[in-house]
Design a protein around this ligand. Structure first.
Ligand SMILES: Cc1cc2nc3c(=O)[nH]c(=O)nc-3n(C[C@H](O)[C@H](O)[C@H](O)COP(=O)(O)OP(=O)(O)OC[C@H]3O[C@@H](n4cnc5c(N)ncnc54)[C@H](O)[C@@H]3O)c2cc1C
Ligand code: FES
Length: 276
């Protein structure tokens, strides 16, 4: 972060590629190589990424801190800022205010089985923690990823999904709502797959992110499997502006998603006003 937290560091896009028809990945390096070498973050932390002349928005740093060749952002085109971001190419500048927010408590997850449950672009924050764990594989028990999308073409990180499935030291279960001709995997919604697999809560943590409806039914399915509220971790999306707990834009009750979140356990979420 620069000395003034409102002033972004200058970044340069080093690579871009399409994930889905409306989701694109951007790999960014800080222009100042010393700042890049010094930059530290934890899985789950976010950045305010700016397109000069257009504004800034919040995106999770979806590469892990164990791989610092670049900072990866995977962005869905939904509105003005993300449309402008999608027009940028390799070599274009961006502003980066980061790292912001809290992070996944990976220390407390050591020695446990981890089940990742994601939908659509919700795989982005899970990816940073998953890659961090794969880079420290001996520290964790069984790792399972249950991931779904609207259709095969809407699944993100497709090349990596295949690599992870082939590793042999983690389980990958993919599902889509609407299969196409080439799809030979599961069909159906993510919470139903979770229930069918009957994932054990014993010494386990569930980490979930996706569309609100998916998260709601996933949490219900996890509870039915015997997961306690403390064993369920999720990340919240709440519009941010300052990102540093000063503007009051992102609060839920007395919590600021930009500093107290975006990562919360279900036990913590239950103490907040149910306004989201
Ligand atoms: C902690 C956190 C992490 C985030 N991480 C990511 C990430 O890794 N990748 C990513 O693409 N986005 C992420 N987001 C969401 C991202 O910040 C917004 O999509 C972005 O601010 C939209 O800006 P915009 O100017 O393009 O759209 P706006 O012009 O602000 O909005 C345009 C329209 O899109 C709708 N919209 C806004 N956000 C979304 C959304 N997420 N999904 C569907 N519709 C939406 C709005 O309601 C509005 O109708 C994150 C948000 C938070 C708070
Ligand atoms: S974004 Fe300003 S207080 Fe959270």
């Amino acid at each position: 972060m620069s000395a003034n937290p409102y002033i972004p560091m200058l970044g340069v896009i080093v690579e871009t590629f399409d994930e889905t028809p409306d989701i694109k990945t951007f790999r960014v390096r800080l222009k100042d190589e010393e700042a890049m070498a010094r930059f530290r973050f934890e899985p789950g932390q976010v950045a305010q990424l700016s397109v000069f002349g257009a504004g800034e928005s919040t995106f999770v740093i979806c590469s892990p801190p164990t791989r610092m060749d670049f900072l990866q952002f995977t962005v869905m085109r939904v509105g003005e800022l993300t449309h402008r971001l999608h027009t940028l190419r390799q070599g274009d500048p961006v502003g980066v205010r980061a790292p912001l927010g809290n992070h996944f408590d990976h220390q407390s997850m050591k020695g446990k089985d981890i089940v990742f449950i994601g939908g659509g672009l919700g795989l982005a924050p899970l990816r940073t923690l998953l890659l961090f764990m794969l880079d420290n594989r001996a520290d964790y028990g069984d790792i399972t990823l249950i991931y779904g999308g609207r259709s095969p073409e809407h699944l993100c990180f497709k090349a990596e999904l295949a690599q992870w499935a082939a590793r042999g030291d983690m389980r990958v279960e993919l599902t889509v709502d609407n299969p196409d001709k080439g799809w030979s995997g599961r069909t159906g919604v993510v919470p139903a797959v979770l229930t069918e697999l009957a994932v054990s809560p014993k010494n386990a943590v569930a980490v979930t992110c996706g569309p609100p409806i998916m998260i709601r039914f996933t949490i219900q399915a996890l509870a039915a499997l015997g997961f306690s509220d403390e064993q369920i971790v999720t990340t919240l999306e709440r519009r941010m502006k300052c990102g540093i707990g000063l503007c009051g834009r992102c609060n839920i009750g007395d919590k600021f998603v930009c500093v107290d979140g975006p990562v919360f356990t279900q036990a913590q979420l239950k103490t907040l006003p149910q306004e989201f």
